[in-house]
Design a binder for this molecule. Structure first.
Ligand code: FE
Ligand code: FE
Ligand code: ZN
Length: 279
């Protein structure tokens, strides 16, 4: 069992990799999430191999948990438009090449929205794309994020993620990132039945596939299919449920990433609060 809670938050990558590492250390965390590029756009800064190496050295020295890169949330690998799908594919390919400067870390993306084509077709498009971009030699684990089931989003049900994974050939390169706000809004009652939800995850997907947790409270009630994050303890999930989540034996040792509506100060306070509740 892990002696400390592996926790961090989403950080801006504008000042570079080493800067993010130092920043999260100063905030009491041992991991972080960042966007690989502008979350809405396509532009990625040129990779600085020395900066990436300096971060890896710091992570090694300070015993960091794995860090999590997040793909732009505007990508839609399940789009009906081949141009939109191609853009998603080229972006993910480029991101995965960049990730090799920080070997062995995690890369998270939203499976996408099928926009009227149906869930089946969305799942087919997503898994076909993954089978083209995943490479046997890559060291990065690519994570599908659990979604709130907003609109025509794919990935709001564990079954949908399981079906994508079933179709992916390089299974050791793929995993899942569970977002507490999303699963809650998607109808999984992690407040009153955490045990049941994790059992269902294990039965449908397999807990061995769970590699990361996005820790967010929710502004909306269970099964609202909304996806509006709230600060920890300020929403419909609540601090007691988060205490159970971070201490659950099936989740212990996983890295937890805050994506709550906060600036650095608020994130620092949440890292301290949750670390103090870790048994
Ligand atoms: Fe996300
Ligand atoms: Fe998330
Ligand atoms: Zn969200």
């Amino acid at each position: 069992m892990s002696k400390r809670l592996h926790i961090g938050c989403h950080l801006s990558s504008s000042k570079g990799y080493l800067c993010m590492g130092k920043q999260i250390l100063s905030m009491g965390g041992d991991t972080f999430q960042f966007f690989t590029r502008n979350p809405r756009g396509s532009k990625a800064k040129a990779m600085d191999p020395e900066d990436a190496k300096a971060l890896m050295d710091l992570m090694e020295r300070e015993n960091f948990a794995k860090i999590l890169a997040h793909a732009p949330y505007t990508l839609n690998p399940a789009s009906a438009d081949p141009k939109v799908r191609e853009f998603a594919e080229l972006t993910i390919i480029d991101d995965l090449e960049r990730m090799e400067y920080t070997p062995g870390q995690l890369y998270n993306f939203h499976p996408g929205s099928h926009v009227g084509q149906g869930t089946e077709e969305g799942i087919r498009l997503i898994s076909d794309l993954l089978n083209r971009v995943l490479k046997p030699e890559q060291t990065t684990t690519v994570l599908l994020e659990t979604m709130a089931g907003k609109g025509s989003e794919v990935g709001g049900k564990f079954e949908e993620l399981a079906e994508i994974i079933r179709r992916v050939e390089l299974k050791d390169k793929i995993g899942v990132c569970l977002d507490t706000c999303h699963v809650h809004d998607g109808g999984y009652d992690i407040v009153n039945d955490l045990e049941g939800v994790l059992e269902e995850f294990d039965r449908v997907i397999g807990l061995d596939k769970l590699k990361a947790i996005h820790l967010n409270d929710s502004k909306n009630p269970l099964a609202s299919h909304k996806d509006r994050h709230e600060v920890i303890g300020g929403g419909s999930i609540g601090l007691e449920a988060f205490t159970r989540i971070i201490n659950h034996p099936a989740l212990k040792g996983l890295p937890f990433y805050l994506e709550t509506p906060n600036e650095i100060e608020g994130y620092t306070a949440e890292i301290k609060l949750l670390s103090g509740l870790y048994e």
